[in-house]
Design a protein around this ligand. Structure first.
Ligand code: NAP
Length: 282
C-alpha cells in the first residue's frame, strides 16, 4: 500500500475503506470483508452510528493494532473543549481501542475552536496520532490554521470527477494539510459508473470506472476511502496500483469538473442551520 506522509510525520495509507451509510447491523460483516480483502485504513464517525460494529470487526480480525489506521469524527453536538474530550473517549470506547490514528472535526460548525483545544491536548497526551478537520472550505481552513497551535493534518472534503477541488487542494498543499476525498464516486450520482469518458479510459487499461476514478485521485495525491458492502467491489477498489493514467487521460477527467458540490454547500445558511441541528445518535 502506498502511504502519504502527514505534516506531523505520521504515515497514512492513501487508500482506505469508508463505512458511511452502512447500517450498524451490516457493518461488522462489511468491515470484516474489507480487512480480509486487504484494507488497513478504516473511516467511520460518531454520527454514522456504527463505531461499535467497526470495533467488533477489528477485534475479530486479530490484525495487530499497529498495522491499522483508524479514523473517526467528532459530531457537532460534541463540540466544545469539555464535550469534545468526552465525545472522543466515547468513540474510543465504542471502537474498543486505546488510541486513534486520526480524529476529525466532522463539520465546520459550532465551537470548533474549543473542540480543537481538546483535540490538541489529546494529541499531546498520545491518545490520537493525528488530528484534522472535514468539510472546511479554504477560508475557514486558513483562519483555523492561523489561530490555532497545531495545523490540521488532514481535511476530508467531497472530491470526485464532478467536483475536483483543485483550489482547495492548492491551499492545503501550501499549508501542509493532506487532502482526503469523501464520496470519490459521488455515490454514483450523475451516472458516474456509466460515464462515457471514464468508461473509455477504463477500457484502455482493462479497468472499471471505479478503478479509473480512484487512480485519478491517487495520482493527484488525494487520499481515498471508497465505500462498498460488496466483497467483489472491495477487492476491485483496492486493485488500482498496477496501472497509470496518462497526462491526457488525467486531463480528460479534470475536464469533467463542474466546480460545484453534488451534495451540499457548507456555505449555504440553510444548510449550516439544518446540519447544525441534526442530532444523530452518537
Ligand atoms: P462513495 O464511496 O463515493 O460511493 C459509494 C457507492 O458506490 C455505494 O453505493 C457503493 O455501492 C458504490 N460502489 C462502490 N464501489 C463500487 C464499484 N467498484 N462499482 C460500482 N459501484 C460501487 O460514497 P461515500 O460512502 O459517501 O464516500 C466514501 C466514504 O467517505 C464514506 O463511506 C465515509 O467514510 C466518507 N464520507 C465522509 C463525509 C464527511 O462529511 N466527512 C461525507 C460522506 C462520506 P455498494 O455499497 O452497494 O457496493
Amino acid at each position: 500500500m502506498q502511504n502519504v506522509l502527514l505534516n506531523n510525520g505520521v504515515e497514512m495509507p492513501i487508500l482506505g475503506f469508508g463505512v458511511y451509510q452502512i447500517p450498524p447491523e451490516q457493518t461488522e460483516q462489511a468491515v470484516s470483508d474489507a480487512l480480509a480483502a486487504g484494507y488497513r485504513s478504516l473511516d467511520t464517525a460518531a454520527a454514522y452510528g456504527n463505531e461499535e460494529a467497526v470495533g467488533r470487526a477489528i477485534k475479530a480480525s486479530g490484525i495487530p493494532r499497529e498495522d491499522l489506521f483508524v479514523t473517526t469524527k467528532l459530531w457537532i453536538s460534541g463540540a466544545g473543549e469539555e464535550n469534545a474530550r468526552h465525545a472522543f473517549h466515547t468513540s474510543l470506547r465504542k471502537l474498543g481501542l486505546d488510541h486513534l490514528d486520526l480524529y476529525l472535526i466532522h463539520q465546520p460548525f459550532g465551537d470548533v475552536y474549543g473542540s480543537w483545544r481538546a483535540m490538541e491536548r489529546l494529541h499531546r497526551e498520545g491518545a490520537v496520532r493525528a488530528i484534522g478537520v472535514s468539510n472546511f472550505y479554504p477560508d475557514r481552513l486558513v483562519d483555523f490554521i492561523d489561530h490555532n497551535e497545531i495545523t490540521p493534518a488532514v481535511n476530508q472534503i467531497e472530491t470526485h470527477p464532478f467536483n475536483r477541488r483543485t483550489v482547495d487542494q492548492d491551499v492545503m498543499h501550501e499549508r501542509g494539510v493532506q487532502i482526503e476525498s469523501w464520496g470519490p464516486f459521488a455515490e454514483g450520482r450523475n451516472n458516474l459508473f456509466s460515464d462515457p469518458v471514464l468508461t473509455e479510459i477504463g477500457a484502455a487499461h482493462g479497468k472499471s470506472v471505479a478503478q479509473v476514478v480512484l487512480r485519478w485521485l491517487i495520482q493527484r495525491q488525494v487520499v481515498v476511502i471508497p465505500k462498498s458492502v460488496r466483497a467483489d467491489r472491495m477487492a476491485e477498489n483496492l486493485d488500482v496500483f498496477d496501472f497509470e493514467l496518462t497526462d491526457s487521460q488525467m486531463a480528460s477527467i479534470d475536464a469533467m469538473d463542474t466546480g460545484r458540490s453534488l451534495f451540499l454547500d457548507h456555505r449555504d445558511p440553510e444548510v449550516v442551520s439544518r446540519i447544525g441541528k441534526l442530532q444523530p445518535n452518537t
